[in-house]
Design a protein around this ligand. Sequence first.
Ligand SMILES: [Zn+2]
Ligand SMILES: [Zn+2]
Length: 226
Amino acid sequence: MPPLRLPPTAALSAATAISRPALATATRRLTSITSHLPPTRDPSAIFWNTASNFSRRTYTATVAQLSEAEPAKMKFPGGCYCTKIRYEISLDDADKDARTSLCHCQNCKKFTGGPFGVTTKIPKSAWKVTQGDDLVKVHEADNGSGTILHREFCSECGSGLLEYGVGGFPWQRAEMPANAGDFVYVFYGTLDKPTDLPPKGEFFCSRRDNWMPEVPGIFHKQKIKE
Ligand SMILES: [Zn+2]
Ligand SMILES: [Zn+2]
């Protein structure tokens, strides 16, 4: 039986009030129900005829159950300035799994050439280079506290991509001793839509440039940990 076709997302949302990925999953399940029916020139017609025989409650419950089993990942693409390196971040729950923050330390100012650095902390497993992997260069240096800070950047245009400490930053060791090194810090401005992951806090406020006000509504730490 040929693959089923789904109507446009807007029509689906209006008709069923469920997400497209959830509906696609339900479609796969329903394909097994429709497979015993005689062939037709338009398989999607079979799907919709069969689907309409379900009560809304049964259908929604099935979709909810399937969605729970296979949650769709949220994708956040990005890349360097010259566009030769492209990446994708995949998160189960962006609000829980990502933390964007500003850092006013001297180290971040030097690397970014700005008054502060902005990075988005994500699990290392959520990061994937999708293009230009051979152009990624790594700079390693002791950050002054014994941690070897790694910064990855594009060897063609110089854009920073991400940073991480091997051995773990002091605050990583305190927060997640078993997992130090399992997180990377992506340079916020390289995301295609940075505002999808807005900042939750500021670090090293003691080093904030005196002309720059606090960002309101987020946490503020004078150093890394207080
Ligand atoms: Zn580049
Ligand atoms: Zn910093």
